[in-house]
Write a protein that binds this ligand. Structure first.
Ligand SMILES: [Fe+2]
Length: 216
């Protein structure tokens, strides 16, 4: 319940509860995008709303880990915690599997049946960010293209949710850094500029000489 959506802070929602927050956002985005796709003429009889929600809900299930090991465990390397801000690290005890493969494995392992549409959608939810999806998404042959728009809708929803999560976390940080690092208005500088003449006179010990020089 409290797992993050990723283990690196550069990725999205790498905080406690980030996974559930992300998945719920993907479901919301998918339902909204579904309206746009159907309004624009896509054939929504090729999938059901239940399939849409099921695929969105389980698209990242494989991030969980398996029955023995969680994927994301607390970072124990203090240097990486302090310097890189990493609160989590990937659990190397877990045998490698892609996120969609592990997700589908977990569903069948727990006796949760899924439809063909749900399988293709979970499998390809990363779109062409995952080269393995080319066989489904880059075929020139009409026979090999998906027979439903569901994979595209859920992929877009995932992209949209991750972008929103990035903006929520990072745009305020960039704003803060900009005002700290760049003084856009020279007059706003907190350091008061000391005129060169005043600086030079401060090194003169004799008061009378200082007065004389100051009047020049
Ligand atoms: Fe996702």
């Amino acid at each position: 319940m409290m797992m993050p959506a990723s283990h690196k802070k550069e990725y999205h929602n790498a905080f406690p509860g980030g996974y559930v927050d992300h998945v719920l956002r993907v479901i919301d985005c998918a339902l909204k995008l579904n309206d746009v796709w159907t309004e624009m003429g896509v054939d929504d009889s090729t999938y059901t709303k239940e399939e849409l929600v099921f695929a969105a809900l389980n698209h990242d299930l494989g991030k969980l880990g398996d029955n023995e090991y969680e994927s994301y465990i607390p970072q124990t390397d203090q240097w990486r915690k302090d310097k890189l801000g990493e609160d989590y690290t990937f659990n190397n005890k877990l045998a490698f599997a892609s996120v969609p493969d592990r997700g589908l494995f977990l569903l069948q392992q727990h006796g949760i049946k899924y439809t063909f549409n749900e399988m293709i959608t979970i499998q390809t939810h990363d779109g062409l960010y995952d080269e393995g999806n080319k066989k489904y998404l880059m075929s020139w042959s009409p026979e090999q293209k998906p027979r439903t728009a569901l994979p595209f809708i859920v992929h877009q929803a995932d992209l949209m949710a991750a972008r929103i999560e990035f903006e929520k976390e990072w745009l305020p940080k960039f704003k803060e850094n900009t005002s700290k690092n760049f003084k856009l208005d020279a007059n706003s500088s907190s350091e008061k500029k000391v005129p060169i003449k005043t600086k030079a006179l401060s090194s003169v010990k004799s008061e009378s000489l200082k007065n004389m020089l100051n009047s020049l």
